[in-house]
Design a protein around this ligand. Structure first.
Ligand code: PEP
Length: 255
């Protein structure tokens, strides 16, 4: 379960959110049953990392540069994230693909350098509403996967978590139906099976993101190919985020 804080919180609120989430996860006995990562804004990584201490909650960056180092004003390298104790990074969030024009060629480079640096990469894919309305959702997502995985070896690609995030569902309050999410997740596994093999496809985590909240989480996580969630707005309240984690734990223990 990933909490993508985007460009929210200030330093004190970010630290408090991490502390509250940690306490609620521990109180709910969820620390061992759900793998959790939080993705604070870059400037707060170190302080939030300190708040997380030696807990099981991973610290992650919301992006990294495709470059290792050098004259790239404003960018943050994968190595810098590691230096601050981050163990994960989001690559290709729709707010970067569509908001900042990042394409699959750039994202493939970011993914490669993130994995080389030892980070777990959460690779976001997803179609726009018009692509879905045109019946092209699965083809668009398949092309994004092929474009981003490129020629990555299976060994390197093992540290990729795929996040299916339909663009029209992010921050809109509109979620994919559990059936549509399941269909896309099965399709994603099919593409991973073609790129690598069926064992790789079966063990890769494919998580859903797009307006997940404490109320709708369980129905989505009940679907067999949904392995977790990337949570934006609802990750900014510790209780909501931990309720979503609990919904996931309950869905998996019921299967
Ligand atoms: C996200 O930012 O990845 C996301 C899914 O946001 P929200 O949950 O707010 O739709």
């Amino acid at each position: 379960m990933g909490g993508n804080w985007k460009m929210n919180t200030d330093l004190a609120a970010g630290v408090e959110l991490a502390e509250d989430a940690l306490a609620a996860l521990a109180a709910g006995g969820l620390e061992q049953s759900v793998d959790v990562a939080v993705f604070p804004p870059f400037p707060y990584l170190q302080s939030v990392g300190r708040a997380l201490g030696h807990s099981n909650v991973l610290l992650g960056g919301q992006d990294c540069s495709a470059e290792a180092s050098g004259a790239f004003t404003g960018q943050v390298s994968a190595a810098m994230l590691c230096d601050l104790g981050a163990r994960s990074v989001i690559i290709g969030h729709s707010e970067r693909r569509h908001g900042l024009g990042e394409d699959d060629d750039l994202l493939r480079e970011k993914l490669a350098i993130a994995l080389e640096s030892g980070l777990v990469a959460v690779l976001c894919v997803g179609e726009t509403l018009s692509q879905r309305d045109d019946g092209r959702a699965e083809a668009v997502v398949a092309a994004q996967l092929r474009g981003c995985f490129g020629t990555l070896t299976a060994e390197a690609a093992m540290r990729v978590v795929v996040a299916y995030e339909p663009v029209w569902a992010i921050g809109t309050g509109r979620t994919a139906s559990p059936d549509d999410a399941q269909a896309m997740h099965a399709s994603i596994r099919g593409v991973l099976g073609d790129l690598y093999d069926s064992a790789f496809a079966a063990r890769t985590r494919v998580i859903y993101g797009g307006s997940v909240n404490a109320k709708n989480a369980r129905a989505i996580f009940d679907r067999p190919d949904v392995d977790g969630g990337l949570i934006g707005g609802a990750s900014l309240k510790a209780d909501d985020f931990v309720s979503i984690c609990r919904a996931a734990a309950e869905a998996w223990s019921a299967t």
